[in-house]
Design a binder for this molecule. Sequence first.
Ligand SMILES: *[C@@H]1O[C@H](CO)[C@@H](O)[C@H](O)[C@H]1NC(C)=O
Ligand SMILES: *[C@@H]1O[C@H](CO)[C@@H](O)[C@H](O)[C@H]1NC(C)=O
Ligand SMILES: *[C@@H]1O[C@H](CO)[C@@H](O)[C@H](O)[C@H]1NC(C)=O
Ligand SMILES: *[C@@H]1O[C@H](CO)[C@@H](O)[C@H](O)[C@H]1NC(C)=O
Ligand SMILES: *[C@@H]1O[C@H](CO)[C@@H](O)[C@H](O)[C@H]1NC(C)=O
Ligand SMILES: *[C@@H]1O[C@H](CO)[C@@H](O)[C@H](O)[C@H]1NC(C)=O
Ligand SMILES: *[C@@H]1O[C@H](CO)[C@@H](O)[C@H](O)[C@H]1NC(C)=O
Ligand SMILES: *[C@@H]1O[C@H](CO)[C@@H](O)[C@H](O)[C@H]1NC(C)=O
Ligand SMILES: *[C@@H]1O[C@H](CO)[C@@H](O)[C@H](O)[C@H]1NC(C)=O
Length: 464
Amino acid sequence: MQIISLLLLSLLCLVDFSSADISAGVGICYGQLGNNLPTPSKSTQLIKKLKAKRVKLYDATPKILKALENTNIQVSIMVPNQLITNISTNQTLSDTWVSTNVVPFYPQTMIRYLLVGNEILSNPPNTTWFNLVPAMRKIRYSLEKYGLKKIKVGTPLAMDCLESSFPPSNGTFKSDVRDKVIKPLLHFLNETNSFFFLDVYTFFPWASEPINIALDYALLNPTNVTYKDPVTHLTYTNLLDQMLDAVFFAMERVGYPNMRLLIGETGWPNGGDIDQIGANIYNSASYNRNVIKKITAKPPLGTPARPGVNVPSFIFALYNENQKPGAGTERHFGLLYPNGTNVYEIDLSGNLPESEYKPLPKPRNNEAPKGVKLYCVAVKGANRTELAGALDYACGQGNETCNAIQPGKACYKPNSLEWHSSYAFTSYWAQFRSSGGTCYFNGLATQTTKDPSSRSCKFPSINF
Ligand SMILES: *[C@@H]1O[C@H](CO)[C@@H](O)[C@H](O)[C@H]1NC(C)=O
Ligand SMILES: *[C@@H]1O[C@H](CO)[C@@H](O)[C@H](O)[C@H]1NC(C)=O
Ligand SMILES: *[C@@H]1O[C@H](CO)[C@@H](O)[C@H](O)[C@H]1NC(C)=O
Ligand SMILES: *[C@@H]1O[C@H](CO)[C@@H](O)[C@H](O)[C@H]1NC(C)=O
Ligand SMILES: *[C@@H]1O[C@H](CO)[C@@H](O)[C@H](O)[C@H]1NC(C)=O
Ligand SMILES: *[C@@H]1O[C@H](CO)[C@@H](O)[C@H](O)[C@H]1NC(C)=O
Ligand SMILES: *[C@@H]1O[C@H](CO)[C@@H](O)[C@H](O)[C@H]1NC(C)=O
Ligand SMILES: *[C@@H]1O[C@H](CO)[C@@H](O)[C@H](O)[C@H]1NC(C)=O
Ligand SMILES: *[C@@H]1O[C@H](CO)[C@@H](O)[C@H](O)[C@H]1NC(C)=O
């Protein structure tokens, strides 16, 4: 009897172990900033088809949680940023949030992570920053109250929580948050056996320094390029390991050498604006497939500073999302088009051998365009009310941005909203591109190589 129950117990432990949330396997971020995306039930089928082990939501949409019932897919849900401040001082509000957004769906929906806010420290106001950990504690307390302690509470931060990430051994948290936010956060995460959730993209550092960083090194392609950290003498073979170790070293520096890391987002855009290099299907497929291979390797690879340590990961994102603001790449991170077809073949379980993938078109924008002039014009059919607003905004920025379209000036005619907007957008972009200004205007503007200038009116240009 005793032997049998012991056996049973160890069997149970085994079962529990294999389904534990630290096991390998890659998840997918299900962003919903599109006006053309499939329904939650269709999306659930697509997520299964991708063989995702987990899915991360940026809210707790009931229809999605319902669609994910009985699927064996682990789910991560999120408390929106706007609620953090109120929740941080109001246990009742926290209880209400958990009882409304978690309790009705648990355990049929395998909710495993509850994230409080999204990249809070990357956005003002800083008052929210200091409410973050108190809000996490309230949420954790509510989960305990409802018997849901198994759900890990975390908060995803971006790489900008570091003030130094190079060399990796110099990884250091920003001084304005180190003592008042990061240390209490790590204390909480350690005490609750949770993870440090990190959103990490090699694309951005590479795109801003393509001369100094080899593309293959950023894409995790096999390469002879290595970097040796002068302090630790650890050798790096890809940029992702370098960035992850910078965070490990930063955590170690404030006293948490054993904190577990979870990649809350990573990915590579499959497209973007004319002036954005390296954003194409070929690179996106290479990066994501390489990440999956790395993360699902058995035994786990870890990183040079944490060899053999499993780093559970989510790839960003399920869909190309046409309503994400910012540069064109922001709207091109999907593994799938909004119509549900794959942008390229991909298997999040890591079981499909590389040789099974069909060849992809070679990339053509890995280097900056040369001798090209760009302009920023109003999109055809743009909403006139919104266009008028954007025109006003652009003209209000910078120096003499809209002088040429004043009555009597060279670009006044034709006196149409589209023409004036195109001039204003181009003039704005010419002044602000170098300081991060984009040609987007909420989807009202687009880049073109075609010079809109007329005989009398010369548009400024952005030259490459
Ligand atoms: C936070 O609480 C204040 C005071 O109760 C309320 O006015 C406000 O609407 C709440 N904010 C949110 C985002 O719910
Ligand atoms: C706390 O939240 C509850 C539930 O939303 C609300 O009824 C109550 O007024 C809040 N308390 C304070 C002090 O804002
Ligand atoms: C918060 O930001 C304001 C400026 O926006 C700054 O004056 C203040 O010092 C910051 N507070 C802390 C605690 O960092
Ligand atoms: C290490 O980080 C600090 C800031 O935390 C920075 O001032 C210093 O320049 C960095 N060292 C190197 C070698 O980059
Ligand atoms: C982290 O948690 C463990 C287990 O509760 C504890 O032994 C350890 O002291 C904690 N580490 C820190 C730095 O607080
Ligand atoms: C790496 O170097 C070896 C020997 O120098 C060479 O044979 C190999 O082709 C190189 N691999 C790549 C990916 O450049
Ligand atoms: C889905 O959308 C993509 C991109 O717009 C397009 O290339 C593809 O043909 C579409 N597939 C179907 C089946 O409609
Ligand atoms: C144009 O945008 C305004 C403001 O967003 C909106 O109220 C209006 O319905 C839109 N018009 C059309 C035709 O879509
Ligand atoms: C506007 O002009 C001032 C003074 O000439 C200059 O300092 C500033 O950088 C200019 N701003 C832009 C956006 O060009």
